[in-house]
Ligand binder design. Structure first.
Ligand SMILES: [Zn+2]
Ligand SMILES: [Zn+2]
Length: 249
């Protein structure tokens, strides 16, 4: 990013072009970027995160659907080829996180990973369970090639390990992902704030237990789906604890 414009940029026409915002991914850490979100791609998108290791790529979530080609542009702008996508982890079955999965599978054939308890709604494109009807988006069904069961699953991406933890609450099959890199723990916790709705089969007791487990992970960076990115172990714990306090009544 330029901190100071060279003198010739002050010529009017060039000055104007200098201020046109560039579509660029937001770097969170080494090989970790935000590649979708309201400020980057589409107001309906939850934040989606790109992780790279040894030439292999993974996405944590994939936007609401209409922004698919913009997400591709951002992956390329980060310096990567989307054909290197090995995994897309769908953290849960809501449209703002899964809308582009079918397009990615059609074009690049990554392995779609989701918890078994949320996979049915994704595979059937259920307009209520996915909230697609709320968003007014026609969701395409997509096969979940890797349906996770149990509490923990480790995905190997290049030389890294993406740890997928079952963290039910917002939905029955909600997942979080964490990654340890260069001495920092990055926690991808999408929609850990809620909301909690009967139509999502939300479970507040299960959610409280999930949040305590997340606090115990002592992550250094929290990458959330709608609230952005929090740096610093204290701020991460405060964020999660704040929502726990609010729900304690
Ligand atoms: Zn969301
Ligand atoms: Zn959600």
């Amino acid at each position: 990013m330029c901190s100071k414009a060279p003198a010739f940029f002050l010529e009017p026409a060039l000055h104007l072009s200098y201020h046109i915002p560039m579509l660029s991914p937001l770097r969170i850490g080494p090989g970790i970027y935000v590649v979708a979100g309201p400020d980057l791609t589409d107001g309906r998108d939850a934040l989606a995160y790109l992780i790279e290791d040894a030439g292999e790529l993974a996405l944590v979530d994939a936007g609401a659907g209409p922004s698919y080609t913009r997400i591709l542009d951002l992956i390329r702008a980060a310096g990567y080829d989307p054909s290197a996508l090995r995994f897309i982890v769908a953290t849960h079955n809501h449209i703002d996180h899964i809308g582009s999965l079918a397009s990615f599978v059609r074009d690049f054939d990554p392995i779609i990973v989701a918890h078994g308890l949320d996979a049915t709604a994704i595979e059937s494109a259920d307009p209520v369970r996915t909230a697609a009807r709320w968003y007014g988006i026609e969701l395409a069904p997509v096969k979940v090639a890797m349906k996770l069961e149990g509490r923990i699953h480790r995905l190997v991406l290049g030389d890294s390990e993406l740890v997928c933890l079952h963290a039910p609450g917002h939905t029955p099959g909600s997942l979080v992902v964490y990654l340890d890199r260069e001495g920092r723990r990055y926690l991808f916790g999408q929609d850990i704030h809620g909301p909690f709705e009967a139509m999502f089969d939300s479970d507040l007791d299960a959610w409280r237990a999930s949040m305590r487990i997340l606090i115990d992970l002592k992550a250094d960076v929290l990458c959330e789906g709608h609230y952005g990115v929090y740096h610093g172990a204290d701020r991460v714990a405060e964020f999660i604890q704040g929502f726990l306090d609010r729900q304690s009544g």
